[in-house]
Design a protein around this ligand. Structure first.
Ligand code: HEM
Length: 534
């Protein structure tokens, strides 16, 4: 400490002299200095001045849109600094919407106008009624710097033209018939999971290891015919599938260049320059190709793959087709379904188990409810399993796995008085929507599954959107619900769930910059086999 004080005193002693030594040119000298400056300095200054004027001009775009607009600044890339920090979205929503008691504000993502809203009428108009004008998400961001190899994946998520054909092709994979088929595979994998949990002998485990293994394994086995082999459940978070997934979905700060600079992601893709997760992407591409090419004898376990293979078309055919998938698109779909499906449902179950462990009474009521109900697809609804469905819905409300819904405006259109221009965006901060007291009542922030039992209409409420809305909502919603309901039911039937003695249940949700959700610390849980307790 003394050393620091010494150094600071030394610096302070030197400071006045150092400052007087700086020669600040008089403003009268500036034209002369500029004239003498090298050409590159002149070009840089000129370009900066033009860019600045252009940006200032772009920042007038929302002046007469009739919504309050947050003051932009260059330092925060317009008003988009919240993109770069965990919980940034929620803090912005709290500060600008909740605390000021308003539902919609505008801000600039560098120069792109963004309407940031929890107004369910506006959301419904944009996502459903005017879907034709908002059928894309973020088409100018290319692959976000992940590289050309997985570019198709993101084209499908963001590009409206390709999306329509791909969505038409993959939707039948989620039909009731398919889900029932996949359920039988999922049940068999659950048997193995429960044996692995028993092998822990009631010792604590990070619950994400259990829920992640379950959802990843269920999807890979039921849809792709691949088993996730693991000796010990505790090794799940060390598996390549999990580690590489996290590398791709936890990008460094460089990804924000593709978010803030329009067209930068596309430029990187055309130059074939990936800016992060190259090894993980290479591994996943090989992994997905291997799944497609594997000659698995049990075709009934390759439910999605067999559908995709039947739909295969050439690149040439794809130009005019309204249905069908090219070879590269099949590879990308395997990845996108794996990525979109495993983490989200694992997060849902992780937080559901956390809340159930916190509330012994809820756990008892759940066990009682499920005791007489069989594991049939036809039972997985709120009529047959009201409390189980309510608990999962309440978890989806307060711990929505995906934290923002995005739409991009394809053409100028006026909606609810707002004159959206082509290239503008709509962002829905899901946590703020799901905690809005006007919609959910004064106890909006409390975990209370019973609200779903007294208000069954909430399931269809326009302000409950964990899976998004409109024709571009989550294609895997029914699969996710089936997997979550079956998994939670089996786990509760087989194990009593408890926190270990040293665990303090003070977990907060962290909304990551990728909009996914993580707990503020590992959630440790002991799974005690019921056969030893009862
Ligand atoms: C609890 C689990 C899940 C949650 C909360 C969730 C949530 C979401 C959300 C919010 C969207 C964006 C919707 C919108 O923009 O309106 C989405 C899109 C998507 N989800 Fe899910 N999802 C889950 C599980 C799954 C599963 C299991 C799969 C597939 C196996 C899946 C595949 C997809 C795909 C492919 C899209 C893009 C749809 C499109 O652009 O047409 N999701 N999901």
């Amino acid at each position: 400490m003394d050393k620091v004080v010494d150094v600071l005193s030394e610096v302070r002693a030197k400071l006045p002299r150092a400052l007087t030594e700086i020669q600040v040119p008089s403003y009268r000298d500036i034209p002369k200095k500029l004239k003498e400056a090298p050409l590159w300095v002149k070009i840089s200054l000129g370009t900066s001045a033009v860019s600045y004027c252009y940006i200032r001009y772009k920042w007038t775009a929302m002046n007469d849109w009739g919504v309050p607009v947050l003051t932009p600044s260059l330092l925060t890339f317009g008003t988009a600094g919240h993109y770069a920090v965990d919980n940034g979205f929620n803090e912005l929503a709290d500060k600008e919407l909740k605390d000021k008691n308003r539902k919609t504000v505008g801000y600039y993502r560098l120069t792109s106008p963004v309407i940031f809203t929890v107004d369910h009428e506006l959301i419904n108009a944009v996502f459903t009624t005017h879907f034709g004008s908002f059928s894309a998400r973020q088409p100018d961001m290319g692959s976000f710097g992940v590289g050309k190899e997985l570019k198709h994946t993101l084209d499908i998520l963001t590009c409206p033209v390709q999306w329509r054909r791909v969505r038409q092709s993959i939707s039948p994979s989620f039909s009731n018939v398919q889900l029932e088929k996949m359920m039988s595979v999922t049940k068999a994998r659950l048997d193995i999971l429960c044996d692995q949990i028993r092998n822990l002998n009631g010792e604590k485990i990070n619950v994400k290891g259990v829920t992640g293994k379950y959802t990843m394994d269920g999807f890979l086995a039921g849809a792709m015919g691949v088993d996730l082999e693991l000796e010990d459940l505790r090794d799940f978070t060390k598996s390549k599938e999990y580690m590489y997934f996290h590398e791709i979905f936890n990008p460094g700060a460089q990804i924000f260049l593709t978010v803030f600079i329009p067209g930068f992601g596309d430029l990187l893709d055309s130059l074939e320059i990936p800016i992060y997760a190259t090894e993980a992407v290479r591994w996943f591409t090989g992994y997905c190709k291997a799944m497609l090419n594997a000659d698995t004898p049990q075709t009934d376990r390759r439910n999605f793959l067999e559908i995709f293979k039947k739909l295969k078309i050439t690149d040439e055919e794809a130009k005019a087709a309204t249905k069908g998938l090219t070879h590269d698109e099949i590879i990308s779909q395997i990845f996108v379904l794996f990525a979109a499906g495993f983490e989200t449902t694992a997060t849902l179950l992780q937080f559901a188990i956390y809340e159930i462990c916190k509330n012994a009474d809820l756990q008892e009521r759940l066990v009682e409810e499920i005791s007489g109900v069989g594991e049939d697809y036809s039972n997985f609804n709120s009529k047959k399993l009201p409390l189980l469905c309510a608990t999962l819905n309440e978890t989806l409300r307060l711990y929505a796995p995906a934290g923002v819904h995005l739409r991009y405006c394809n053409n100028d259109v006026v909606i609810n008085g707002i004159p959206f221009s082509k290239g503008s965006n709509v962002e829905v901060p899901v946590d703020a929507l799901h905690e809005n007291t006007e919609y959910w009542g004064a106890d909006a922030c409390d975990f209370n599954p019973d609200r779903w039992i007294s208000n069954p209409d909430y399931e269809k409420a326009p302000f409950f959107l964990p899976f998004g809305a409109g024709p571009r909502n989550c294609v895997g919603m029914r699969f996710a619900n089936m997997q979550a309901r079956l998994g939670l039911m089996r786990i509760l039937k087989t194990f009593k769930l408890e926190f270990p003695k040293d665990f303090v249940p003070d977990v907060k949700r962290t909304r990551l910059t990728t909009f996914l959700l993580a707990p503020s610390k590992d959630i440790d849980v002991c799974f005690l086999p019921r056969e030893y307790i009862n």
